[in-house]
Unconditional design. Sequence first.
Length: 594
Amino acid sequence: MSTTFQALGLDEVFLKAIADLGFEKPSGVQEQAIPALLEKDIDMVALAQTGTGKTAAFGFPMLQKINTDSKTTQGIIIAPTRELCLQITNEMKLYGKYINGLNIVAVYGGASISDQAKQLRRGAQIVVATPGRMKDMIGRRMLDISKIDFCVLDEADEMLNMGFYEDITDILSHTPETKFTWLFSATMPKEVSRIAKEFMSSPLEITVGAKNMGATNVSHEYYVVNARDRYAGLKRLADANPDIFSVIFCRTKRDTQQVAERLIEDGYSAAALHGDLSQHQRDLVMHSFRSRQIQMLVATDVAARGIDVDDITHVINYQLPDEVEIYTHRSGRTGRAGKDGVSMVLVTKGEQRKIHTIEKIIQKKFISKEVPSGKEICEVQLFHLANTIKNTEINNSIDSYLPEINTLLESFTKEELIKKFFSVEFTKFHNYYEGKRDLNVDLSKGPSKGGETVRYFLNIGSRDDLDWKRLKDFLKEVLSLGQDDIYHVDVMDSFSFFNTDKPHEEKVLETLSAIQWEGRQLSVEVSTTKAGGKQRGRKGGRGGGRGKSNRSSGGFGNQGGGSRTRKRRGSTSGGSRREALEGIKNTRGRRRRR
Ligand code: AMP
């Protein structure tokens, strides 16, 4: 891009602020959006990810167009999380630092509403907000947005993912028809297009990179392991990348906490970030991560939203997300500010097809890679040490200790010294990895390399308000099994199938035959179809099945429920687990078989 900020039509006060910030030239989204928004009053839809400079793309035009002689609220910016809301507010203040009389106020949940109301009473031309708190404050008449000229919806896809559709439409209903709306989103799922259609008129569309593309300088890799080897695989990936600075994504809070605890026990600088932590604890974790005291941040998707840390070298998908769109957000945490990044995925053999679904969305190919062997890791670590030594600047304060050190080591030759020195590090890894097996799954063999698998038939299905995810959460809870212990869950209209490894069979049959689902006695049997295989449609000959719909509710296509499966938007796995448990009554001893 060869345009300058001067050429975009920005006033001198902004060029001065830009010079202070050290921005040399406009980014792609800025080059497209700023002149268009300055020149005319229009609606706009921009497909751009965090890290592309989108805050400045809407921030400068809004700042240049508002009137600071008036105290009326003229612009609102709605963003999904408190972190993002504060980040936008800070950026906007920096952009507008040379404007007199400018007041920008952030309103977000989890902080004192009366303090925020007090700030608003002083008159804020621009309000940056999370949807829930903004709606609340409008309802309490603490905020008047009836005269705004501009409304920005930032990270629209994230907001809708988080279930803010109704809050957003409610907020928009308090704004005048005459305002202009600028929508920013990393992806363009149907719900976002719907908002654009409903609330905007002939918006200018701009795209930074191709639609739905992951960041282009991120390479995507996957590693096929057995479910029980996920953690060992993660450790190897970390050990094979000694300078790793990464976010590791897990599906649930519980897994997030467990993986972080195991990493810490194993001597890594790691920490967990999830919704069960207080805001204060989360702030502490983020501070340690930003300052590099933490090398591996283990996080849930929700908690990681709005993380704005540059230089993340690797994103590791310890488990894949349920909804494909989320993968784009995960991998977008690396490869920022023009740097290279790697997004790694640990998958089981059964999950491999999800990789192909994601490839279609991100329009990029994954590289299939092998989990490194212990020997390879030892080599990497040795050369890493050799390079570190080579690049280390000599610290002369050692000089005074040298005579004594020299005396201590004088009997050794240079070769011996080098060997001894390297052995310090090498032995640690060598001893740990000696005799450790290859973790890679032999892809030419059947589905369960590790042992026999059992497929079960269960007498409840989508008619009973189940989808595969809800059923899996329910089973995990009542059977006290982990995320990976229950697999190949298929929900049909009036019945379902799922698999576990053979050792769980007795527990599954005992437990499930003794409980109810929403008042109905459960009946479970070992399925007679080939164990381990997924039953397709009516193949098993049981009536009532309506075949497999190939789409689950917004999730990957391979585990779809029947068409009666109801969408459960916004329900967290914790929530649905709780709901699942509400349907259980213990009727011990009444074991019935069909
Ligand atoms: P954003 O996509 O708005 O979250 O911006 C990401 C980061 O890039 C922020 O820290 C901005 O301060 C920075 N930034 C925005 N525009 C530019 C630019 N033209 N040149 C360099 N850095 C920028």
